[in-house]
Design a protein around this ligand. Structure first.
Ligand code: CP
Ligand code: NVA
Length: 331
C-alpha cells in the first residue's frame, strides 16, 4: 500500500483531500477492519488523549470515535451539548487553544462549518469534523468503504441520492463522488438541490476523475440503473420542527420504495447514514407519522429490512474508517 503522510492534518471536508489520500484512508480502514476481525492488538497510539465535542446528539459517530480510540490505545473525554464553557462563556478560539494544550486530537460535531474551521485553525492538533450543518466527511469514508466492499469498486459507480439534497450528507457524498470518480445524481425538487457554488466546485474536481454530477427532479430517470440508492432524513438536526410539513409535502414522492429499488440497476444497494424514519418505532417518527398519516418517511420498512439494505455495514464501517483517520493524522 502506498503510504501518505497525513500527520497533523485536519479532516474538515473531503474537498481538502486528494483522490489518492482518500484511497489511502480507505485502504487503511480495510486493514484495520481485518486486524480487528483477527483479534490482533493495534494499540499503537497508547499515551494519546482525544476530546469529543458534541453540540448535537449522536450514536454512531460518538461510539465510532470512542471504540476506535480505545482500540488504538487512546483515552477519550466526551463533552456533550451541555456541561462545557464552549460558546457560552468561552469563544471557539479560546476553547480550541485550551483543548489543544491537553489533547492530541479533537472531534467536533455541531453547527456551522466555520466553527469546525476555527477550531482547526487554533487548536494546533488535528480537528476531525463529526458533522456540521454543511458537511459529514467521516460518514462518506464509511459509505465508500461499504460501496467498495459490496460493489467491488468505487470508480464508475452511479450513486443516486434522494430527499434533501442540500444537507450535510448529500453535500459530502457529492464531494466524495467527484473526488473518487462516481456518477452522483441528486434526485430531489430544485428547492433542495445543493448550493450552486458547491456544485460548480465538484464539477471542476470531476473533470479530473471521470465523475459526473447530475441534478434532477425526475425520480424515474434519476434512479434508473443506479448502483447505489441513498437517502437521509428529510429534516436534519438543528432545523426547526415546523419544516416537517413542508418537507413531507415536497419529498414524499422521493421516498425509497421497492418499486424505486427495482428501477435501479441489478444488484443495486440501499444506503442510509442512519438514524432513519422507516417505521413509527421512534418518538419523532411516531409524532410526525401520526400527525401526517404516514407509516414511514424517507424509506419504507420493506426496503430498509430487505436484502438491498447495507445500512448496518455502513454503521460498522464508521468505526474502521474513523480509526484510519485518527491513526493517519496522529502518527
Ligand atoms: N450517521 C451518523 O452520523 O449517526 P449519529 O448521528 O448517530 O452519529
Ligand atoms: N442529515 C442528518 C444526518 C444525521 C447523521 C442530520 O444532520 O441530522
Amino acid at each position: 500500500m502506498m503510504a501518505f503522510n497525513l500527520k497533523g492534518r485536519n479532516l474538515l471536508t473531503l474537498l481538502d483531500f486528494t483522490t489518492e489520500e482518500i484511497s489511502y484512508l480507505l485502504q487503511l480502514a480495510q486493514e484495520f477492519k481485518t486486524t480487528k476481525r483477527l483479534g490482533l492488538p493495534h494499540d499503537t497510539l497508547k499515551g494519546k488523549n482525544i476530546a469529543l465535542l458534541f453540540e448535537k446528539d449522536s450514536t454512531r459517530t460518538r461510539c465510532a470515535f470512542e471504540t476506535a480510540a480505545y482500540d488504538l490505545g487512546m483515552h477519550v473525554t466526551y463533552l456533550g451539548p451541555t456541561g462545557s464553557q464552549m460558546g457560552k462563556k468561552e469563544s471557539i478560539k479560546d476553547t480550541a487553544r485550551v483543548l489543544g494544550r491537553m489533547y492530541d486530537g479533537i472531534e467536533y460535531r455541531g453547527f456551522a462549518q466555520g466553527i469546525a474551521e476555527e477550531l482547526g485553525a487554533y487548536a494546533g492538533v488535528p480537528v476531525w469534523n463529526g458533522l456540521t450543518t454543511e458537511y459529514h466527511p467521516t460518514q462518506i469514508l464509511a459509505d465508500f468503504l461499504t460501496i467498495q466492499e459490496k460493489r467491488g469498486t468505487l470508480n464508475g459507480q452511479t450513486l443516486a441520492f434522494l430527499g434533501d439534497a442540500s444537507n450535510n450528507v448529500s453535500n459530502s457524498l457529492m464531494i466524495g463522488s467527484a473526488k473518487m470518480g462516481l456518477h452522483f445524481r441528486a434526485v430531489a425538487p430544485p428547492e433542495v438541490w445543493p448550493d450552486p457554488a458547491l456544485v460548480e466546485k465538484c464539477k471542476s474536481v470531476a473533470r479530473n476523475t471521470g465523475a459526473t454530477i447530475t441534478l434532477t427532479e425526475d425520480v424515474q430517470a434519476g434512479t434508473k440503473d443506479a448502483d447505489v440508492i441513498y437517502t437521509d432524513v428529510w429534516v436534519s438536526m438543528g432545523e426547526p420542527k415546523e419544516l416537517w410539513e413542508k418537507r413531507i409535502a415536497m419529498l414524499t414522492a422521493y421516498r425509497v420504495t421497492m418499486d424505486l429499488m427495482k428501477n435501479a440497476g441489478d444488484d443495486a444497494i440501499f444506503m442510509h447514514c442512519l438514524p432513519a424514519f422507516h417505521n413509527l418505532e421512534t418518538e419523532i417518527g411516531k409524532e410526525v407519522g401520526e400527525a401526517f398519516g404516514l407509516e414511514c418517511m424517507e424509506v419504507t420498512e420493506e426496503v430498509f429490512e430487505s436484502d438491498y439494505s447495507v445500512v448496518f455495514d455502513q454503521s460498522e464501517n464508521r468505526m474502521h474508517t474513523i480509526k484510519a483517520v485518527m491513526y493517519a493524522t496522529l502518527s
